[in-house]
Write a protein that binds this ligand. Structure first.
Ligand code: PLP
Length: 393
């Protein structure tokens, strides 16, 4: 029903790869182009009319993000994506972590929320620890409690794993982590387009997401932080816009968020993200969630009927995305046929090797939905998948 808002669907694509990146509504594409045509200049620096227009649009986008996740605009830092937002925090922790400290991440994390923490531990001598998931893909909270200790300084978890698709009880572990004085960073790259977020209620210390996974442009992402948690972090990059006073002897830094936005930021991309959030608000969360649940339940029902399907985790616990294999057929082979049928899905380790290793596999085929998908897409996908299976069996 929302396909009409996305010009790309004028062509015959069966797009089931929104977990990798979402398509963009016409309102975002046109809005970004209008911004370039009528309001573009660099931000925060000039005083001409165009510079004022651009700065106003950029800061309005920051306010839209803040409103969207129930934060204050001073707590919103624009980055180029979730990956950069996590690296910003993990890089800061290289100056905070001590050799006896520990960092705890879930084994199901995307490499973006795994490797920066592992490397920060290697650099500081802190201990890098993981907690497990159960066979059904849910968090093993007993293991979490076992791994969490008074030495844990930071816990890094995704709200939804990009392989398992389970909505994790982040509130529960935030409470446990806070009791022992650890901070929590929540990666909402996979949940931001599917569930409303309230950082105030969640009480996380940091939260990140990418604009391109919520119908916005590439090259823009968000780091939210509690004021004290952001003040504690040293700057990530140095240069223009992030300074207060620069002298030969020393430099002082601008207050947050400018402290973390060195150089010319992704201006039009931020404006585009603001427009994408406007689009979500216009459609409404109730409608998005109700429609997606129906389409996704239909997808799972149809997949379950396929003989020899091997889900990664319990299919009934998933939401928005599902990873699986067909016994005896390499997923790359299946994908060759799917691609010929104009079906877009993702094959590989999905930048999450440790969780594939945990399940004793190297790769999987992942189908994921966005608000534009309908049951017809699922029927076309299942038809193409059965055709591919038939070809190889
Ligand atoms: N975290 C999760 C759970 C993801 O699925 C992804 C991307 O797929 C990322 C982080 C990284 O996002 P980006 O590549 O936009 O920085």
């Amino acid at each position: 029903m929302f396909k009409k808002d996305f010009e790309i669907f004028d062509k015959k694509y069966i797009y089931l790869d929104s977990a990798a990146s979402t398509q963009k509504p016409t309102s975002v594409i046109r809005g970004v182009s209008d911004f370039y045509m009528h309001s573009y200049a660099n931000v925060h620096r000039g005083s001409c009319h165009l510079a004022n227009l651009a700065t106003t649009a950029y800061e309005a986008a920051r306010q839209k993000v803040a409103d969207f996740i129930h934060a204050d605009s001073k707590q919103i830092i624009f980055t180029k994506g979730a990956t950069e937002a996590i690296n910003l925090v993990a890089n800061g922790y290289r100056q905070i972590l001590k050799p006896k400290d520990e960092v705890l991440v879930c084994i199901a994390e995307h490499h973006a929320n795994f490797v920066p923490w592992q490397q920060a531990c290697f650099a500081t001598g802190a201990k890098f620890k993981t907690f497990n998931v159960k066979d059904d893909g849910s968090w093993d909270l007993d293991d979490f409690k076992k791994q969490l200790s008074s030495k844990t300084k930071i816990v890094a978890v995704a709200m939804i794993s990009n392989v398992l698709g389970v909505i994790y009880p982040v509130l529960e572990i935030i409470k446990m982590a806070h009791k022992i004085g650890a901070k929590v960073i929540v990666d909402t790259a996979q949940s931001i387009a599917h569930l409303p977020i309230n950082v105030t209620k969640m009480n996380c210390d940091y939260l990140v997401f990418s604009g391109h996974k919520i119908y916005g442009p590439t090259g823009i992402g968000v780091l939210y932080g509690k004021k004290s948690a952001l003040n504690d972090l040293p700057p990530y990059q140095f240069g223009g816009d992030m300074i207060d006073v620069v002298q030969i002897q020393k430099t002082t830094f601008a207050p947050v968020p400018a402290k973390f936005e060195a150089g010319t930021p992704p201006i039009a991309e931020a404006v585009g993200l603001g427009l994408a959030l406007d689009y979500i608000t216009h459609v409404g969360w109730d409608k998005i969630m109700a429609d997606e649940q129906k389409v996704f339940a239909y997808l799972i029902k149809k997949l379950k009927a396929i003989p020899d399907i091997q889900f990664v985790g319990n299919p009934d616990l998933k939401s928005g995305l599902v990873a699986f294999n067909i016994k005896g057929i390499h997923p790359d082979d299946l994908n060759l046929i799917l691609a010929k049928e104009h079906v877009c899905v993702r094959v590989g380790h999905h930048c999450a090797m440790p969780i594939h290793t945990r399940f004793g596999i190297k790769q999987s085929l992942r189908a994921s939905i966005g608000l534009y998908n309908d049951k017809k897409d699922i029927d076309a996908f299942i038809k193409a998948l059965n055709k591919a299976i038939g070809f190889f069996k």
